[in-house]
Design a protein around this ligand. Sequence first.
Ligand SMILES: [Zn+2]
Length: 223
Amino acid sequence: MIVYGWNTKILKQAPLENYECPNCHQNQSAMVIYARYVHIFWLPVFPYKKTATIVCAHCNHETEEKNITLGTKEVIQKLKATVPLPIYLFSGTALIVLAIAYFTYAGRKDSEREQAYLKDPHVGDVYLVKSKEEKSQYNHYLMKVRKVQGDSLWVSYSSFNYNGIVSKLDPKDGFYNVMYAIHKDGILKLSQSDEMKKVFRDYSSYTGFDQEIEYHEPDSVAK
Ligand SMILES: [Zn+2]
């Protein structure tokens, strides 16, 4: 759940001379200038309004800006104009902008690195591929490079298919202990047609990419 809303922050207070409180008729009022700002989880994102009130120190009566009478209004407008909006009221906006910039940058670095991996395959590289032919939602599978031989790659397939991007095999999954040869161009084509979703190298054992399982010929039926 995202907590958001608006809040106020007092920017400046100053005594207001010769002003009679409409409630208690004392002469002890102050001008208060404050900012209204939008917050997300109490972190100020941006201010959207600067406003003024008159507060009586004797009875706490408040006069909102729209109800302040002429003459007094000008004194307050002058004060209001001199008060800048503090920069920290934009901290949330700054954080959001920084986060977007960071993820954009990190994403670009990732895809540059993966492109370099594809051009120079190493034994152990794991490719996550989204199949265009598979019609069910389980259309993602993995293949692992076992051997690089000239223009050919020898790969093993994962036994499970997945319904999205994964970076960890199911504990019951693994790469079959059989290999198939494919041409390096085939891999590059997968990448150009956006079927290559991720390339993993230097992964930890947490990923399960070292899991291997025995391949069994499918039982023949209808003899
Ligand atoms: Zn008063």
